[in-house]
Design a protein around this ligand. Structure first.
Ligand SMILES: C[S@@+](CC[C@H](N)C(=O)[O-])C[C@H]1O[C@@H](n2cnc3c(N)ncnc32)[C@H](O)[C@@H]1O
Length: 252
């Protein structure tokens, strides 16, 4: 199974991107979401890097994620009562709630994890269905340049016990027609000179063109589509931008 975010992958994610680590997105969305008249949903909530500070900023947000390991880090991040009833184990493809939302926000490129374009379109439609009339969809995508590197990097983190976690990535395929990449992420846990654990994650992503994504949003029924570069609302994305933030509205 691809994009599983298993034990070592989640551990590394939590060391590399702990609760509150911002890429500019937490400040940006704290402001964009501040006037929301209703609950907010974060699909693919992960370890709560984004959800917890947004909740602490006073926004009524809940989230789902299929990785029990990632949700475990989120649950342990703050007092259990603060997160009570806010987290569930679900996927983009099949999530269900008995309420609609004033906004749905998908930060940090998680939407790229959906590699089948037909599935991606049906997920956009599902987002539409779960927004209240007038509700806002907010999705951050990475610029295409971020997908075209060779890979081959080795990174490492020290655990609280002084052990070493390493991550080696190797790009194994790029499909320029389907706009997808597959990367092998090899995680290793080293205790002194001994290898104590290892995990291979098949990591698949799909990139989108800016206009292509705007068209997919329109096709799903959204209006008032705004694409902004590098967290400057309304500033059209330009060459050199790393992050493209889309906002689109479900008509009233
Ligand atoms: C890059 S992390 C993002 C975590 C968090 N949103 C953040 O901003 O830090 C991507 C998350 O997507 C989740 N994920 C993978 N496949 C998914 C799917 N089919 N549906 C929903 N989430 C999925 C992973 O478990 C992981 O926690």
């Amino acid at each position: 199974m691809n994009n599983r975010y298993g034990t070592l992958a989640s551990w590394v994610y939590n060391l590399d991107k702990p609760v509150g680590r911002s890429f500019g997105d937490i400040e940006y969305y704290s402001e964009r979401l501040s006037g929301c008249a209703g609950p907010v949903l974060e699909p693919a909530v992960g370890n709560g890097r984004f959800l917890v500070p947004i909740l602490e900023a006073g926004i009524d947000i809940r989230g789902f994620d299929p990785s029990e390991e990632m949700l475990g880090y989120c649950r342990n991040a703050r007092a259990a009562e603060m997160l009570e009833g806010r987290l569930s184990r679900q996927t983009f493809e099949h999530f269900n709630y008995d309420t609609t939302f004033a906004a749905i926000v998908v930060p940090l490129g998680s939407f790229h994890l959906i590699t089948d374009v037909a599935v991606a379109r049906s997920v956009l439609r599902r987002f539409f269905d779960y927004l209240a009339p007038g509700g806002q969809l907010m999705i951050d995508l990475d610029a295409i340049g971020g997908f075209l590197g060779e890979g081959g990097r080795v990174r490492s983190w020290t655990t609280d016990d002084g052990d070493l976690l390493t991550l080696t990535d190797a790009r194994v395929s790029t499909d320029f027609i389907a706009q997808t990449t597959v990367t092998h992420l090899r995680y290793e846990l080293w205790k002194g000179t001994k290898l104590a654990g290892t995990e291979l994650e098949l990591f698949s992503l799909r990139w989108w063109g800016v206009e292509e994504f705007a068209m997919a949003l329109r096709e799903a029924g959204f209006v008032d589509i705004v694409a902004s570069g590098n967290y400057s609302y309304g500033q059209a994305p330009a060459t050199g931008c790393d992050t493209i933030s889309f906002e689109a509205r479900r008509p009233v």
